[in-house]
Design a protein. Structure first.
Length: 167
């Protein structure tokens, strides 16, 4: 099993198979526009701009589970984040990351990369780095700034370029 086995919903309610990102390094983040960590949108966008042509995809999953800090409707999410934070990377449909209604993708991510003391997502802007094979490589805390992950992203992108295709 890998991240590519999951299908998520776009902010328009359409299904989006993560297999569409096969061969890319992914940075998956639960986001919230009213969170004190929302300035991280800028750092995530910088990573997106710098590495998207080399095979990085940043995927934002809005979540309203932490003090209701994501009041924006799915239909307005991409535009709101573009206007307020300059975001051009995909923001998918709003999800739960914890509890009985947690999105299956997040159940998988938490199982593959448990957090400190428990697997629960502690707050907005928890980040999961996924290699080009769809394997979860590492989990980063909400307070880890995106630029602190850049070196690991570069290593994964370099590794993806040097791998010999099978077949």
């Amino acid at each position: 099993m890998s991240v590519y086995d999951f299908t998520v919903h776009t902010s328009r309610g359409e299904q989006k198979p993560l297999s569409d990102y096969r061969g890319k390094v992914l940075l998956i983040v639960n986001t919230a526009t009213k969170c004190g960590l929302a300035p991280q949108f800028k750092g995530l966008e910088q990573l997106h701009q710098k590495y998207k042509d080399e095979g990085l995809a940043v995927l934002g999953f809005p979540c309203n589970q932490f003090r209701e800090q994501e009041p924006v409707k799915d239909s307005e999410m991409q535009e709101t984040c573009q206007i307020n934070f300059g975001v051009t990377f995909p923001l998918l449909g709003k999800i739960d990351v914890n509890g009985p209604d947690a999105d299956p993708l997040y159940k998988y991510l938490k199982k593959e990369a448990s957090g400190f003391l428990s697997s629960s997502i502690k707050w907005n802007f928890t980040k999961f780095l996924v290699d080009a094979e769809g394997r979860v490589v590492k989990r980063f805390s909400p307070t880890t700034k995106p630029n602190k992950i850049e070196g690991q992203i570069r290593k994964l992108l370099e590794g993806a370029k040097t791998e010999t295709p099978v077949g």
